[in-house]
Design a protein. Structure first.
Length: 95
């Protein structure tokens, strides 16, 4: 049985363009245990879905800082599984 992925969000400082975001996304995506990466320049955030390993979030922070940006984690929670169906699976019409 595999554990659910963990979602960790970082506030990223010093990132001011799409090229910066791409650079960060590419570097973080290469880390072992990282499953999905999303970077928002406008919000100044990095969202990472990764394996439930306590060493991954600090490694992500170090990777971003090695590129010359600041990275501060601000939320860490289990990623919610996708719902199986609309409205809990019960049948009714949506008008």
């Amino acid at each position: 049985m595999t554990a659910h992925p963990v979602l960790t969000r970082f506030r990223v400082s010093g990132m001011d363009c799409a090229s910066c975001a791409t650079k960060i996304e590419t570097a973080v995506r290469r880390l072992p245990g990282v499953e999905e990466v999303s970077v928002s320049v406008t919000a100044g955030t990095l969202t990472v879905h990764h394996a439930a390993d306590d060493a991954i979030a600090p490694a992500v922070g170090r990777q971003v800082e090695a590129l010359g940006y600041g990275a501060t984690p601000f939320v860490r929670a289990p990623a919610a599984p996708a719902p199986a169906a609309c409205c809990g699976g019960h049948a009714h019409d949506h008008h």
